[in-house]
Design a protein around this ligand. Sequence first.
Ligand SMILES: [Zn+2]
Ligand SMILES: [Zn+2]
Length: 192
Amino acid sequence: MKLQVDHLTATPKEYRHSLSAAQWRSLSGADQDEELEAQEDFAFQLRAHVASDDILIEGKIDGTVGAECSRCLERYRCALHDDFRLVLEPAHDRRPQDPEGEESLSKHGLWLGEDLESGWYRGRVIDLDAYLAEVIALAMPVQPVCREDCEGLCPHCGARRSEQRCECEENLKPKSPFAALAALQGDSEGSS
Ligand SMILES: [Zn+2]
Ligand SMILES: [Zn+2]
């Protein structure tokens, strides 16, 4: 998505943009999580305006990825919703310390700070695609769960608890607290 700096005013302008899964893959490169698989387009709604010399961009992302539930290991469709905000100052003659940042500023008119909430711009056109790819990465769940109440797998036999009841918990539980105590006492008597 290319933002024309000359078109921006103090009144927020609205934009819609989408990135396909393939575009996102090529933008985000090799460091993509295999377990979170993008197949559909990511949709962005943005508002951009100018405040003194700074450019303020606010927006939200909606999308869907295929994810693996961290509890039951089932694959499911995980909805992504996130808000983002970016403040860009004019770079003027400043240069980013790193060669990558310098290249991004001259090629895309944009250099992003570490926090991804601020950065510099240069020139009349700001290419936001690399930034939007970062927004997608940040919206990805760290520990995906298929349902809030997913019961996961039985740690003993591996049964998926939402589909199948196993006897493991029942069998491991001592019959009663007194029975467990009696068993312990029996052990200590036997060893002395
Ligand atoms: Zn699950
Ligand atoms: Zn079990």
